[in-house]
Ligand binder design. Structure first.
Ligand SMILES: Cc1cc2nc3c(=O)[nH]c(=O)nc-3n(C[C@H](O)[C@H](O)[C@H](O)COP(=O)(O)O)c2cc1C
Ligand SMILES: [Mn+2]
Length: 446
């Protein structure tokens, strides 16, 4: 397995595994690019590298991590090992700190001050409900003003002008806390946004932890991520980045920003967000730009699936050591699937209760048997249809705590949680084994 350390050799790995599609036909940044990328993600297709985008001098990559296959390639492991690898790298004991470098390829081209013009960045207008062109696939690099530690996050940024963006940050995010912790919370705050990254850094940026998230990327790769300081901001930025946007967040200069396709599958609202003033745009020669399709598979995989499955599995395995778990991306992080070797008829409900308390986002839990492919939505539907008596295999907990943005929850995230025992109840009715045709290699026949 190639040791990945930047976007370019990740593209090589995707290509070698038949998971990269070079899209050479001309297409528009307005909806068309997102439509194609979204379609590929929905159908389990390869990740697109768009090489002929109208109005873009640069190729654009999307769908770095959208499913089990790409998650395994990005993490350099087998699909079975995704959760154990994430469990290991999320443990701060295994963190590997970044290493300093003197320079980076992205310092080759710098436009600063009045020369910087962010309209050169090929930012797509993704969903038809979006309020404009947003940064969605750039990782925000910042620094704790008190401890000096680095921080990675995603913050959507609406482009409002050549040097002006909206900067969406919920108050409980680290960037928000960093700004508020200063003697003058309203002072401008320096950050950098990097595009075109090793997917280990993309995965790490979706994690909530009190450590520098770059130590997680280092743990994934078994080597410190090489970083260097920005040209106009004192923030550590990976040397492997393709494009870097530097500037200042103005916490007190707020402007309405949004809406954008959200993780929950609707469009959010306009938000009075801080603004961001561009101080420099830097790029390596012939860079590759990158985006994340908002409200779609990669957004969910990085934000809700990979960082959450390890703790979910620990909660469930406390009761059933052989259980498998998955948070399917099509259900926006609100559904957990638990797969077990059924023993006691009451056990599935206990497991559902454990899963509900592992993360507040988890609202619905479905427990299935080993003969159900837990990664296939049609298999889950089959179990729900043929193994659930809805008068007795289901329980609802009203008014539990869920996520504030859960479309089913009321204010403050209070809402129901649902447990479904979709296992085979042979004690009720014995039908023998399920019809099954094995998976075969079609290339032998076609
Ligand atoms: C694609 C993507 C987009 C996101 N957009 C935002 C956003 O606009 N505002 C926000 O506050 N959080 C957003 N998040 C969530 C945070 O970036 C994420 O939870 C991160 O871990 C927060 O980092 P922190 O714990 O260092 O604050 C987004 C997450 C993903 C995966
Ligand atoms: Mn953080």
């Amino acid at each position: 397995m190639t040791q990945i350390h930047n976007l370019r050799n990740y593209l090589d790995v995707l290509e070698a595994n038949g998971r990269l599609a070079r899209i050479e036909k001309p297409l528009s940044l307005e909806h068309e690019l997102a439509d194609v990328a979204a379609m590929l993600a929905r159908t389990g297709g390869p990740a697109p590298l768009f090489t002929n985008v109208e109005g873009s001098a640069w190729p654009i990559f999307a769908n770095a991590v959208t499913d089990q296959k790409t998650a395994a390639l990005a993490l350099g492991c087998s699909e079975d090992a995704i959760i154990p690898v994430m469990e290991r790298v999320l443990d701060p004991v295994n963190g590997v700190p970044p290493e300093r470098a003197e320079s980076a390829p992205w310092q080759a081209n710098v436009a600063s001050g009045k020369e910087a013009d962010a309209t050169m960045l090929p930012l797509p207008i993704h969903s038809r409900g979006d309020g404009g062109a947003f940064v969605t696939g750039g990782v925000i690099f910042s620094k704790d003003p008190v401890s000096g530690r680095g921080n990675l996050s995603y913050n959507r940024m609406l482009r409002m002008g050549p040097r002006l963006f909206g900067f969406n940050v919920n108050e409980w995010r680290h960037v928000g806390q960093f700004m508020a912790s200063r003697p003058d919370p309203e002072e401008p705050f320096a950050i950098a946004i990097a595009f075109g990254l090793d997917p280990a850094i993309m995965i790490a940026a979706g994690v909530k932890t009190e450590e520098d998230e770059l130590t997680i990327a280092g743990a994934i790769r078994g080597a410190g991520v090489r970083v260097t300081s920005g040209i106009t901001v004192d923030v550590d930025i990976p040397t492997g980045a393709e494009v870097v946007l530097e500037g200042l967040v103005h916490p007190a200069k707020r402007m309405p920003e949004g809406p954008l396709a959200e993780f929950h599958g609707y469009h959010g609202e306009l938000w009075p967000s801080p603004t961001f003033e561009v101080t420099a745009i830097c790029w390596r020669d012939d860079p590759i730009f990158q985006t994340i399709i908002p409200g779609w598979y990669e957004h969910i995989y990085i934000g809700n699936v990979l960082p959450r499955e390890p703790l979910l599995r620990r909660f469930v395995r406390h009761l059933a050591p052989d259980a498998n778990v998955h948070i399917p991306p099509y259900a926006n992080g609100f559904l957990a699937i638990i797969q077990i070797e059924r023993d006691n008829p009451g056990q599935p409900k206990n497991l559902a209760m454990a899963a509900m308390t592992a993360h507040i986002n988890i609202r619905n839990v479905v427990v299935v048997d080993q003969d159900i492919d837990m990664y296939d939505p049609a298999e889950i539907q089959w179990a729900l249809t043929n193994r659930v008596d809805w008068t007795q295999d289901v329980f609802i907990v009203p008014d539990a705590q869920g996520h504030e943005m859960d479309p089913v929850a009321h204010e403050r995230g209070v809402g129901p949680k649902l447990g479904v025992d979709a296992t085979y109840k042979r004690e009720r009715r014995e039908y023998g084994e399920r019809v099954s045709y094995p998976m075969i290699d079609l290339s032998k026949y076609m």
